[in-house]
Design a protein around this ligand. Structure first.
Ligand code: HEC
Length: 160
């Protein structure tokens, strides 16, 4: 009797360990894939929510007053005000996207459209940072942009 119960417990234990191992392996596989999944999701959300104005390649529409994000988004990330502006600009902050979605999307956009201008010490946006910045609405969007552009120009950085 005891022996039978013992074997039963042994088998249960034996099944448990491979199951745990299998789920650990699955987790590892999922997190290894997370990098590309993140980029795919960010790109998809950008196309759906932003590309109508900004174009799929981020080049914008000069005639419609939509600035290009290509080759200059990274410059904004060189000042705290510019970094905040990319979140607080109405197209970003008034979108239906969650703070986590916006953080993921801005990090993807910065790399996809403006990798060469990213500051070397660039720290990716986090959900908490986006949440705090988004709670703070810009009252004068074009004034805020002008001030950031003037500061960058004074540092020798040209922004369209
Ligand atoms: C209806 C058109 C429109 C949509 C949709 C839109 N934007 Fe914009 N975006 C603009 C315009 C116009 C500007 C210039 C600043 C301003 O006037 O708001 C801008 C500026 C920006 C900027 C700052 C770049 C700069 O040089 O000033 C970022 C970053 C940005 N948008 C991100 C986004 C993201 C992310 C989305 C989607 C979630 C989005 N926008 C959706 C029109 C749009």
């Amino acid at each position: 009797m005891n022996g039978t119960r013992g074997r039963g417990q042994g088998r249960a234990g034996g099944r448990g360990v491979p199951a745990l191992l299998a789920s650990a392996l699955l987790c590892t596989a999922l997190s290894a894939a997370a990098g590309s999944d993140d980029a795919g999701k960010a790109r998809y959300q950008f196309i759906l929510n932003c590309a109508g104005c900004h174009q799929a390649d981020g080049s914008g529409a000069r005639s419609g007053g939509v600035p290009t994000l290509r080759g200059q988004m990274g410059h904004f990330l060189k000042t705290p005000e510019g970094r905040a502006f990319l979140v607080q600009v109405p197209g970003t902050s008034n979108s239906a996207l969650s703070n986590a979605d916006i953080a993921r999307m801005l990090n993807w956009m910065a790399a996809a459209f403006s990798a060469a201008t990213l500051p070397p010490d660039f720290q990716p946006y986090t959900e908490a940072e986006v949440s705090a910045l988004r709670a703070n609405k810009l009252t004068d969007v074009s004034g805020a942009r002008r001030a950031i552009v003037a500061r960058l120009v004074a540092e020798g950085i040209r922004i369209e």
